[in-house]
Ligand binder design. Structure first.
Ligand code: BG6
Length: 484
């Protein structure tokens, strides 16, 4: 089978999730509230940045409200209570890998408590043990778009250097605890999202100017880079057999025209995206950022030893999410698409999802080749998928051929990239069991192979039901990508 597809033996087929989008049980068993759980559902569903729009006033209002009514990420899809059923469904599809994240606040409710919360640690033991029953490898993100809200209140999240010590105490705790259960880790989900704000930095930005916000973002990111480098070194010391990666939301840019100024702008946009993996894979800030920082009055406060930490804490593999591509233009009046996460330009050759994300399977092949040529480290596609509104047909089933088609096209391009020579470890599609959207907190933006009976207001039985794509993906995995 492998000969025909090119995917290696042990290719990590599976699905990807995040604690705050699935678990629920936001205040059970000693868990502290997180930054994700103070975010309300977006009023405008095309606003994928709604997750960042938290002000001090909104935070105070959220903290005072102990219910989950207005905060969908407090509910998730109830994985906390249904993990056995869900992992069984993944096993039925033949999953080799389950990407999930640990909620830091289940382990350290305030982020920097003296002792970890045993009930939180025990929960993830149960999840990993359940995976082991079916030979599913957990692929664990240490920080996926959340942190204990206590650290926002105490020290404005990642804006504070003190958060590095809190985080690395947490990482050391979970590495020690799960060293015999988890072989694949990654540090920060979509680390570049730190340039978008609160959702990834945990830092409030009330009253800051554009330049001040930029300063806050890049300083917070520096702290995350250092924390990530320390975590890499901790893991290598604790469990030399385990591997740890970085994670980027890759935004491939194309020039709007062959006009060299558009090509240059494209290169600049790409550099701003690849900066993150340059630091985490190569171990140092790339030169091109010096000019960018100077032009935007950003001064990175580096402590003695930071550069050495970055050099010595480079990752074992590079993982990334891929949903869309961008178009860049030097023309300031160039039309932007509001749907794309970072507001790139419209591409007339591509169709968009109902949320305006431009669908570009060939871009995945381009991305894989660019990454491989730039870094020569193993690559892992840890998110890809189509957010769509599913309808239960008269026969009681969900015929999501649009989702099958999207995934098929992307897997075809992944296969081409492997033939091109790219070293690819695996593919975990986003949201294998319907979950809460990160950007808008909707439930109705569904990615799953399995339908979850819950609406945007939290009504529903939470029952699980396989969609047509469930059976399709099962056959893809069973044939190691031959039968698409
Ligand atoms: C990625 C995130 O940006 O995209 C996930 O890592 C997220 O957490 C996914 O869910 C899809 O985005 P959304 O906004 O449709 O949930």
């Amino acid at each position: 089978k492998n000969v025909s597809t090119g995917f290696k033996d042990g290719f990590l087929w599976g699905g990807a999730t995040a604690a705050n989008q699935i678990e629920g049980a936001f205040n059970l068993d000693g868990k502290g509230i997180t930054t994700a759980e103070v975010v309300k559902k977006a009023e405008d569903r095309s606003n994928s940045m709604a997750m960042n729009e938290v002000t001090r006033e909104m935070l105070d209002e959220a903290i005072a409200d102990p219910s989950d009514t207005h905060y969908p990420k407090r509910r998730g899809n109830d994985f906390y209570h249904r993990y056995q059923e869900d992992i069984k469904l993944m096993a039925d599809m033949g999953f080799k890998a389950f990407r999930m994240s640990i909620a830091w606040s289940r382990i350290f409710p305030n982020g920097d408590d003296a002792q970890p919360n045993e009930a939180g640690l025990a929960f993830y033991d149960r999840v990993f043990d359940e995976c082991a029953k079916y030979d599913i490898e957990p692929v664990v993100t240490l920080s996926h778009y959340e942190m204990p809200i206590a650290l926002t209140i105490k020290q404005n999240g990642w804006a504070s250097r003190d958060t590095i010590a809190a985080f690395t105490k947490y990482t050391e705790t979970v590495f020690n605890r799960y060293q015999h259960k988890v072989k694949y880790w990654m540090t920060f989900n979509e680390i570049n999202a730190g340039t978008w704000g609160f959702n990834a930095t945990g830092a409030l930005e009330d009253g800051l100017s554009a330049d001040e916000k930029m300063q806050l973002h890049y300083q917070s990111l520096h702290h995350q880079f250092v924390a990530s480098a320390i975590a890499v070194q901790q893991l290598h010391a604790i469990d030399p057999d385990a591997q740890i990666g970085c994670m980027l939301a890759r935004m491939q840019n194309y020039p709007n025209t062959p006009n060299p100024v558009d090509v240059l702008e494209t290169q600049k946009q790409d550099e701003l995206n690849l900066f993150f993996t340059d630091v985490q894979v190569r171990g140092e800030y790339p030169e091109f950022m010096n000019r960018y920082f100077a032009e935007h009055h950003v001064v990175i406060d580096m402590a003695d030893g930071d550069e050495e930490l970055l050099r010595e804490g480079t990752v074992d593999y590079l993982s990334f999410s891929y949903y869309m591509s961008m178009v860049a233009s030097a023309d300031p009046d160039f039309e932007k698409t509001s749907g794309n996460l970072t507001f790139g330009g419209k591409n007339p050759y591509l169709e968009s999802s109902d949320w305006g994300w431009q669908i570009d399977p060939v871009g995945l092949r381009i991305t894989l080749n660019e990454f491989w040529n730039r870094y020569h480290v193993p690559l892992f596609v840890v998110e890809n998928g189509l957010g769509a509104q599913d309808v239960i047909a008269e026969d009681g089933h969900i015929h999501d051929d649009y989702r099958i088609d999207y995934l098929r096209q992307h897997i075809i391009q992944m296969k081409e990239a492997v033939k091109d020579g790219v070293d690819l470890m695996g593919y975990t599609t986003w949201g294998p069991i319907d979950l809460i959207s990160a950007g808008t907190s909707e439930m109705s933006k569904r990615y799953g192979f399995v339908y979850v009976d819950q609406d945007d207001s939290g009504n529903g039985t939470l029952d699980r039901m396989p969609k047509d794509s469930f059976y399709w993906y099962k056959q893809v995995i069973a044939s190691n990508g031959a039968e698409l």
